[in-house]
Design a protein around this ligand. Structure first.
Ligand code: FAD
Ligand code: SF4
Length: 502
């Protein structure tokens, strides 16, 4: 077969249906609805199947991207899925939320010239992940039982990935999760309109099917310590994947007023406690009508778009640098702008003002300008003297980053760095024998795929520590595994209403 060239492939990306902004800003349904089969196959045709695929190198877990695309072209979807899941355990999640533009798609030669868009690798990964969920595919292994018990602290992507690899290696694995539902940020942070809970449920279900037990409502460090897990509870090794979920504030005057909250609180109360479904769920959020969100990262975008959907009349983003330095994914910024969020660049808050009842009434801000580049190479924002002004708001949301929860550091002998993150060696072993750690609790806030990669790396370290050799993985059909779930219907073949194609 003649080799494909950039000229011979379809020049335009296959179309992705999305909900119209004015409609989606009022509901929590997913914004981007996924390729249908025809468009997925059309997009596959755009892959050059490069002899030295840059995309594999660009992917943090080195997915064999041309390999799974080639199988899709041959309609061997099951084979494509099996190859994909050799590297990622959460394809339907990662296909939706990974920053592909900075990873695999960022290095794809199809997009290198700047005239064409790169192959839509993330959308194809999502399509395969959704198809697997819809058809109840599961990859199972011949598991050689081992006499080892491993305890995992935290059920985010790091903990789940570590748990899955160890369960496949034959260990008896128990995950302890502080919250009442598993999934970490996938559940409590990323909103339903970007990542539906049904997708998270399905991918966690696949991990439970390997025999992993998940115990929620279990705050390790309060109910028992890491040392007790090893010395008294019979665990042979422990993995810590507790993330970095403690919010940061700015220490501004007025932070104690009613109406000041963190983006993590807002998102948790909406996603996990279903504030968006009040009165069906009796846990309303009491958000005001004029919301000001401080920060412009992905968490800020989520907090603003959730506020809009919860009924705020006006949602404002306050950011001290310009749009050029905005750290959010371009797609998320674009979606937020389309949904009517107002962006106030070069603006910094200095005080939160209250009324006589102790409620927020305004945010005092100062105008900024960009000065000399700092050590990171970015031009630092500098306040313009005398430029203070008051910005009317009844809710102020902080989305300026997070830090690790201190409880495990306070209750164990784990060695931490000076910011409170757990110190590990190259294998992700901590200072305590048999205890490994990975994900945001080691690196600071990062990404789903990096946390997942860390969980798998730690699992490899734990296997070596326990003296377990790798066993061969085989693939087996498990028909109907997810029948009855929301994805029991073929999700990619839905008829869409109120959508447009991008
Ligand atoms: P987490 O996902 O934080 O999971 C840690 C889990 O441990 C939590 O469930 C927590 O309750 C539990 N835990 C904590 N302490 C204890 C304890 N003592 N005992 C028991 N359980 C405990 N990344 C992307 O790639 N794409 C995105 O679009 C994206 N969007 C994001 C949006 C938001 C709002 C946020 C906050 C983050 C986003 N991220 C995104 C980042 C990404 O979600 C994280 O990097 C990733 O989830 C980290 O995984 P983790 O397993 O290390 O920790
Ligand atoms: Fe296909 Fe792009 Fe990967 Fe090349 S780099 S194999 S074109 S997806």
């Amino acid at each position: 077969m003649a080799r494909k060239t950039i000229r011979s492939i379809p020049q335009q990306r296959a179309l992705m249906p999305v909900q119209e902004p004015e409609i989606r800003a009022k509901n929590f349904d997913e914004v981007a609805l996924g390729f249908d089969t025809e468009n997925a196959l059309l997009e596959c045709e755009r892959c050059l199947v490069c002899p030295q695929p840059a995309c594999i190198e660009g992917c943090p877990v080195n997915i064999d991207i041309p390999g799974f695309i080639t199988r899709m072209i041959k309609h061997d979807y099951r084979g494509a899925y099996n190859l994909l899941t050799d590297s990622t355990l959460l394809p339907a999640v990662c296909g939706r939320v990974c920053p592909q533009e900075d990873q695999c798609e960022g290095v794809c030669p199809v997009g290198a010239g700047g005239t064409l868009e790169p192959v839509a690798i993330g959308r194809l990964e999502r399509w395969l992940g959704d198809k697997a969920i819809a058809e109840g595919w599961r990859k199972t292994s011949h598991i050689e039982p081992q006499p080892f018990r491993v305890g995992i602290v935290g059920s985010g992507p790091a903990g789940m990935a570590c748990a899955a690899d160890l369960a496949k290696a034959g260990c008896k694995v128990t995950i302890f999760e502080a919250l009442h539902e598993p999934g970490g940020v996938l559940r409590y942070g990323i909103p339903e309109f970007r990542l539906p809970n049904s997708v998270v449920d399905a991918e966690i279900g696949a991990i439970e099917a390997l025999g992993v037990e998940i115990k929620c409502n279990t705050l390790v460090g309060r109910l028992f310590t890491i040392e007790q897990m090893l010395d008294e509870m019979g665990f042979d090794a422990v993995f810590i994947g507790t993330g970095a979920g403690s919010p940061r504030f700015m220490d501004l005057p007025g932070e104690g007023l009613n109406g000041v909250l963190s983006a993590n609180e807002l998102l948790t109360r909406c996603n996990l406690m279903r504030a968006g479904q009040f009165p069906a769920f009796d846990t309303p959020l009491g958000l005001g009508k004029r919301v000001a969100v401080i920060g412009a990262g992905n968490t800020a975008m989520d907090a603003m778009r959730v506020s809009m959907r919860l009924g705020a009349q006006e949602v404002n983003c306050i950011y001290r640098r310009t749009e050029t330095e905005c750290p959010a994914r371009k797609e998320e910024l674009h979606h937020a702008q389309e949904e009517g969020i107002a962006f106030h660049w070069l603006t910094n808050p200095v005080e939160i003002l209250g009324d006589d009842n102790g409620n927020v009434r305004a945010l005092r801000c100062v105008r900024m300008e960009l000065g000399e580049p700092d050590t990171s190479g970015r031009r630092s924002p500098v306040a313009i003297p005398g430029s203070e002004f008051d910005f009317e708001a009844d809710t102020v949301v902080y989305a300026i980053g997070t830090s690790p929860n201190p409880i495990l550091g306070q209750t164990s002998k784990l060695k931490l760095d000076k910011r409170g993150y757990i110190q590990t060696d190259a294998d992700l072993a901590t200072s305590l024998a048999g205890v490994y750690a990975g994900g945001d609790i080691v690196t600071g806030a990062a990404t789903v795929i990096l946390a997942m990669g860390a969980g798998r790396k730690a699992a490899a370290g734990i296997k070596r520590y326990l003296g377990i050799r790798d066993s061969a993985v085989v693939y087996a059909a498990e028909p109907g595994g997810l029948e009855g779930s929301m994805f029991g219907i073929a999700q990619n073949e839905r008829n869409f209403t109120h959508v447009r194609l991008i």
